[in-house]
Design a protein around this ligand. Sequence first.
Ligand code: SF4
Ligand code: SF4
Length: 251
Amino acid sequence: MAVNVIKENCRGCSICVKNCPFDAIKMENKLAVIGTGCTGCGVCVEKCPFHAIEKTEEKKELVDLSEYRDVWVFAEQREGALMPVVKELLGEGRKLADEIGCSLCTVLCGDQVEGLLDELFEYGADKIYFAEHKELESYRTDAYTTVIHDAIKTYKPEIVLLGATHIGRDLGPCLAVRCNTGLTADCTRLEIDKLDKKIKQTRPAFGRKFNGNHYLSKSQAADVHRTSGSHGNGQKTGGPERPGDFRSRKL
Ligand code: SF4
Ligand code: SF4
């Protein structure tokens, strides 16, 4: 799926910019330009009065899903400190990784965040992928999506867990679109089916206020909100190092 501006039709009215729920459109030289934060929701296609935006289906690449393994947790940090939900997700991810029989990894973005690696290992990560750059110091949709999507393409996690924070709620859908995969928002429970080893998720069916989180799978994406301490205990477990495995890898 791709969302494109038909330049010849665009009159520069900015209506699409005001209506995009993901702030993914900007004006350049009086033409609308779709950014990488686009989730493909289609709102701008409907709103443009000049039929200047189209949504097209791209040919789907055939992906060998058997290459995808490991559970990843997005290690959200703000001002150099890990968000509490990260420990919670590592607790939940540990259970999933052990049931599947794979590694529990984290992906961390920021500027000068190497000091957080020990903390992530202490809370159970087996491996850490991290990217450091001034542009990643604070969350920016485009930059974080690009870096993490590249990492997902290269290292192929089976499941990605994100906290249901403002950042997780923004990043999860963007990654799901880029990875051409599903996203389950507001999960309150994740478990592995004993027979087929596929993930099963629980989310509230009505508008109840749950603290849940998100997950992406194959690569699935999920956004698991916090559930009053019922997910993960945040206790330090110390991740086992497996022979031949790296512990941390700079992206
Ligand atoms: S709404 Fe349509 S015509 Fe107006 S700026 Fe956006 S794409 Fe161009
Ligand atoms: S498809 Fe949705 S997210 Fe993408 S640019 Fe249009 S309104 Fe924004």
